[in-house]
Design a protein around this ligand. Structure first.
Ligand SMILES: C[S@@+](CC[C@H](N)C(=O)[O-])C[C@H]1O[C@@H](n2cnc3c(N)ncnc32)[C@H](O)[C@@H]1O
Length: 205
C-alpha cells in the first residue's frame, strides 16, 4: 500500500512522535504527573495535557478500525497525535483536533507537518482549532464525525456525554483512552483492552 494511509505514513508518525515521547519521558522523571487543580476546572479544562504514547495511538486507531472513509475528531487533542496518525497512517479523509492550549495547537501543526514532510497536500485533511470544544458547536456537533477520541478526566464526563451520544446514535465509534465510559450506560463496548486502557464503543458492533 502506498502513502496515504500506509506503512510509510505509520513509520513517519512513529519516528516523529517517538522522539517526542522520549523527550517527555526525560521531563516526566522530574515531574511524573501533570498538575491539575480546581483552578483548571474553573477555567474549563477537563483534564491536563498527558499524551497517549505513539505506540498506543496506533493500537487505539487499529482497534477502532479507522479507514479512509472516516472523519476523526479528538476532543482535547494535546499535541495532535491521534488526528495526525488517523490521516497519515490510516488514511482518514479528515481529522480535527480541538485543543484549549494555544501552544499545543501550534506544536500539533508543526509535528503534523514533520510527519507529512514531502506529502504536504495531506495537511489539507488535518485541522487543529484552538478553544474549548464545548463551545465549538458547528465543528463538534454539526459535522458527522465517524470516530471520536476522548482522553479527559472522568469527573467531567457528564459535560460531554450528550455530544458523544449525539454522534454515537448516528453510528460513530467512540474511542476512550485511559478512562472507560461506564458512566454512559447506552454506550456498547465492542473492543476493550484493559491492560492498555483503550475502549471502543459502537452501536453497530
Ligand atoms: C489527557 S490530554 C490528551 C491529549 C490527546 N488526546 C492524547 O491522547 O494524546 C487532554 C487534553 O485536553 C485538553 N483539554 C482539556 N479541556 C479541554 C477543553 N474544554 N477543550 C479543549 N481541550 C481541552 C488539555 O489541554 C489536554 O491537552
Amino acid at each position: 500500500m502506498t502513502f496515504p494511509g500506509s506503512e510509510q505514513g505509520r513509520d513517519a508518525f512513529l519516528k516523529v512522535f517517538k522522539d517526542v515521547d522520549d523527550a517527555a519521558q526525560d521531563a516526566s522523571e522530574a515531574d511524573p504527573f501533570p498538575a491539575y487543580t480546581d483552578d483548571d476546572t474553573q477555567k474549563g479544562l477537563l483534564g491536563p495535557f498527558c499524551p497517549t504514547s505513539a505506540r498506543r495511538v496506533i493500537k487505539a486507531l487499529t482497534m477502532a478500525n479507522v479507514t479512509p472513509d472516516d472523519g476523526v475528531l479528538d476532543i482535547g487533542s494535546g499535541d495532535g497525535r491521534l488526528v495526525t496518525a488517523a490521516v497519515a497512517a490510516f488514511g482518514a479523509k479528515r481529522g480535527l483536533g480541538i485543543e484549549v492550549d494555544a501552544g499545543l495547537v501550534e506544536l500539533s501543526r508543526s509535528l503534523a507537518q514533520k510527519v507529512l514532510a514531502g506529502k504536504e497536500r495531506m495537511m489539507d485533511r488535518i485541522e487543529f482549532v484552538q478553544g474549548d470544544f464545548l463551545s465549538q458547536v458547528e465543528l463538534v456537533r454539526d459535522v458527522a464525525w465517524s470516530v471520536i477520541v476522548v482522553f479527559l478526566l472522568p469527573d467531567h464526563t457528564e459535560k460531554f456525554a450528550d455530544l458523544l451520544l449525539h454522534h454515537y446514535r448516528r453510528g460513530a465509534r467512540i474511542v476512550a483512552l485511559v478512562f472507560n465510559l461506564n458512566e454512559i450506560p447506552e454506550l456498547k463496548l465492542v473492543q476493550g483492552d484493559e491492560p492498555e486502557n483503550i475502549y471502543v464503543y459502537s452501536k453497530e458492533g
